[in-house]
Design a protein around this ligand. Structure first.
Ligand code: 6PG
Length: 248
């Protein structure tokens, strides 16, 4: 694993750098394997990044026909709900160019109960990677996973204290955390599948998150006991890149 920290004064600069990294990784993946699998983050921080990716010049560098979009987590709300991570992407990343429907692997957060939504997503991931055996195989490497991080060190919907999920060999699980905003049930990918990615990028901003990042970098074992984000790093010779901006 190779770790890089890219520091910026402003979130706009970090978002542009992340966008350029994503489009370059897209080009290389399609050149090498004919497809680019991209896992998107939720929350508010990536909004500007998605707007940049969904508009020229960056959108012209994405092969939308050969890029498959996934989500690291989703809130269990209707897909047009303001808290839906998919809805945020639909109004930013996909505002101008909507990929082919078969390239959008959406977590169906509207399906109840959340455990069923998680099982459906797990099946769609197994189908995408062409694996079906139990327990999940380990030949499931996304080309790039984009993640945010909360001020408690959570990432995707992997919250502190959810050890059962953090150590699971499932790809996807249902969860909830009443201290999270919004306080709704969620479906999340697990470290098991996230860590198989070729590239993992965190896009974060602000001093509080910067201190958690620094703790993870300098005291990983101690941080891993507190912050789920510390558990997310490529298993193999993958790249881990922090795009950090001092100011939001
Ligand atoms: C979610 C996200 C979550 C997010 C962090 C940071 O669905 O809420 O996946 O992990 O990345 O909570 O959120 P902000 O970018 O809004 O600070």
């Amino acid at each position: 694993m190779n770790t890089t920290v890219r520091r910026f004064a402003k979130q706009s600069e970090a978002s542009l750098a992340a966008g350029e990294f994503i489009t370059e990784t897209c080009r290389k993946a399609i050149e090498a394997r004919g497809i680019f699998s991209l896992v998107l983050a939720g929350g508010n921080t990536p909004r500007l990044l998605y707007q940049l990716l969904g508009a020229p010049p960056l959108c012209d560098r994405i092969d939308w026909q050969k890029t498959c979009f996934f989500w690291g987590d989703e809130r269990c709300v209707p897909l047009d709900h303001p808290d839906s991570n998919y809805a945020m992407c639909r109004s930013t990343l996909f505002a101008v160019t909507l990929p082919p429907e078969q390239n959008i692997y959406r977590i169906r957060g509207e399906v109840q109960p959340p455990e069923k939504a998680a099982a459906l997503y797990e099946e769609s991931l197994r189908s995408f990677f062409g694996v079906s055996e139990e327990p999940p195989a380990t030949s499931t490497a996304f080309d790039l996973v984009l993640l945010g991080m909360g001020k408690d060190g959570h990432t995707a919907s992997l919250f502190p204290g959810s050890s059962g999920m953090l150590n699971s060999d499932r790809y996807v699980m249902a969860t909830c955390n009443h201290f999270a905003a919004p306080d709704v049930p969620r479906v999340t990918m697990t470290p098991f599948i996230l860590n198989q990615a070729r590239n993992i990028c965190f896009l974060i901003s602000g001093q509080e998150k910067g201190q958690i990042m620094q703790n993870i970098l300098e005291n990983h074992d101690e941080a891993a006991a507190k912050y789920p984000a510390a558990l997310i790093r490529p298993l193999n010779e993958g790249e881990l890149i922090w795009f950090f901006s001092e100011h939001s």
